[in-house]
Design a protein around this ligand. Structure first.
Ligand SMILES: Cc1cc2nc3c(=O)[nH]c(=O)nc-3n(C[C@H](O)[C@H](O)[C@H](O)COP(=O)(O)OP(=O)(O)OC[C@H]3O[C@@H](n4cnc5c(N)ncnc54)[C@H](O)[C@@H]3O)c2cc1C
Length: 176
């Protein structure tokens, strides 16, 4: 193509060496087409241009839907409803109820590379922290951290480890 045309292959903003500028996704691809026009103006290219595109990527738009009718106004042909608990209000579904769970996180600790499950307690080790759980409160909408639950959960894990330490201490080594 380069033998017949003067070819320009600009990267969209945020890609390659192009400027890291935010895209206003509510404008569809208008920001991107404006960029192309601005580039042609800057290069003082006049006259007809053959425009070819290869992947404009995807857009993310964050917005709140008040009801199902608003969702159905979307121009998209396929819609996936992943609104979690919000789906109850959106689709007038009284059967959808919350179950609140609360976690506490400890800083990562070298040597703690195992998980524990016992009774209604669990400890899951992740690279960014140690998750202690768990609680299970049916029909609880309040998402605030409950400090009483937090303290109880941490104390419960302390008791579990204290118990293991005691067991370890009472174990007699066969060679001793
Ligand atoms: C304490 C606890 C520990 C857990 N641990 C694990 C675990 O270790 N592993 C695991 O796999 N799962 C775990 N889960 C479960 C997991 O978190 C959930 O299953 C998962 O987050 C559900 O994802 P979702 O995208 O379906 O819903 P959500 O994460 O609830 O996302 C729903 C989205 O829809 C949006 N929304 C709702 N209503 C509207 C509206 N009207 N308009 C626009 N947007 C709306 C919300 O803002 C939200 O962003 C845990 C849950 C809890 C509570």
């Amino acid at each position: 193509m380069a033998s017949d045309f003067h070819v320009l292959a600009p990267d969209f903003r945020g890609y390659g060496d192009s400027e890291r500028k935010a895209i206003d996704a509510t404008r569809g691809i208008a920001d991107l087409s404006d960029d192309v026009v601005a580039l042609l103006d800057t290069l003082e290219i006049e006259g007809p241009v053959d425009l070819l595109g290869w992947s404009a990527g995807g857009n993310v738009v964050i917005r709140k839907f008040e009801n199902a009718a608003e969702i159905l106004q979307l121009p998209e042909q396929a819609i996936f409803n992943c609104t979690g608990l919000g789906a109850g209000k959106l689709f007038d579904d009284p059967e959808l109820i919350p179950i609140k769970g609360q976690l506490s996180f400890l800083m990562p600790q070298p040597g703690v590379d195992y998980n524990l499950l016992g009774g209604n307690q669990y400890m899951f080790v992740r690279s960014d922290g140690i998750a202690l759980g768990g609680t299970y409160s049916k029909n609880e909408w309040d998402t605030a951290v409950d400090p009483v639950v937090r303290d109880r959960m941490i104390a419960g894990h302390q008791r579990m480890f204290d118990g293991m330490r005691r067991l370890q201490g009472s174990t007699t080594h066969p060679n001793s």
